[in-house]
Design a binder for this molecule. Structure first.
Ligand SMILES: Nc1ncnc2c1ncn2[C@@H]1O[C@H](COP(=O)(O)OP(=O)(O)OP(=O)(O)O)[C@@H](O)[C@H]1O
Ligand SMILES: [Mg+2]
Length: 223
């Protein structure tokens, strides 16, 4: 599903955000990406959805390679991905329902399929009762669940989550983790950046640790 070969990402001529990263993540895996602030976690995720490109080396995601992908193919790559950002990036002047429906409209989903799909995802994240709410009327945890619903609405094969529990209390964090675990059990590959040590301890998943742009640890699940 994901392969990185000798990937460097260099900013400003000599700043290595990533250095000689080699990784392989298989279909259906759940993987944590961890490391201190500035270690390169977000940069690595940006390379995977091809927001950024490696300075050296190659990134492969599904059928696409950073060395050969055309600009016009990037939207097709992203249609297979569910991307969850730490800052929610919901449209503030649209309701919860409209935010989710929009994600389907932009990929030309046939009209009759939109409503049932939105309602299904809202039910999945436990927010059916909030469909008419505007984002500012929701708690942080609820907003994050809307962004998860949005990320999952097109049935992604790969979910990229950048600190999805970053601003949440332990209970909301648990809800988010349950949702990501369910998605993974349904077959999606999940790569989640976090430095939440509680979560890393509590969930027994493969853990890749970055330190100053290098992979310094790649720990398999303990059973
Ligand atoms: N667009 C950019 N231009 C210049 N430097 C950048 C850019 N993006 C990231 N960097 C640098 O690359 C390094 C890695 O940043 P990155 O955002 O990937 O870290 P991170 O592990 O996600 O940190 P955090 O836990 O704080 O989110 C940092 O030193 C950062 O300053
Ligand atoms: Mg980051």
């Amino acid at each position: 599903m994901i392969q990185l070969y000798h990937v460097d990402k260099i900013y400003k001529q000599d700043w290595y955000a990533l250095r000689d990263v080699n990784l392989s993540i298989g279909k259906g895996e759940f993987v944590f990406l961890t490391g201190a602030s500035g270690a390169g976690k977000t940069t690595l995720l940006e390379l995977l959805y091809m927001q950024e490109f490696p300075t050296n080396g190659q990134v492969i995601v599904g059928d696409y390679s950073s060395t050969t992908i055309k600009r016009r193919d990037i939207p097709y790559l992203r249609r297979q991905l569910g991307i969850i950002f730490q800052d929610f990036q919901l449209m503030t002047d649209r309701t919860v329902y409209e935010n989710l429906a929009f994600a389907l409209e932009v990929v030309n989903t046939p009209r009759p399929q939109i409503k049932p799909r939105v309602l299904k995802l809202l039910s999945f994240v436990g927010l059916s009762h909030k469909l008419s709410a505007l984002p500012y009327e929701l708690s942080g945890g609820e907003q994050q669940r809307v962004t998860i619903a949005r990320a999952l609405i097109n049935d992604p094969v790969l979910v990229l989550a950048d600190e999805p529990t970053g601003n949440l209390d332990p209970q909301s964090s648990d809800q988010v983790m349950q949702l990501l675990r369910d998605i993974n059990l349904q077959g999606a590959t999940v790569l989640m950046a976090t430095h939440n040590t509680e979560i890393l301890r509590h969930y027994n998943y493969r853990t890749i640790r970055l330190d100053q742009g290098r992979v310094v640890e790649d720990r398999s699940p303990l059973f």
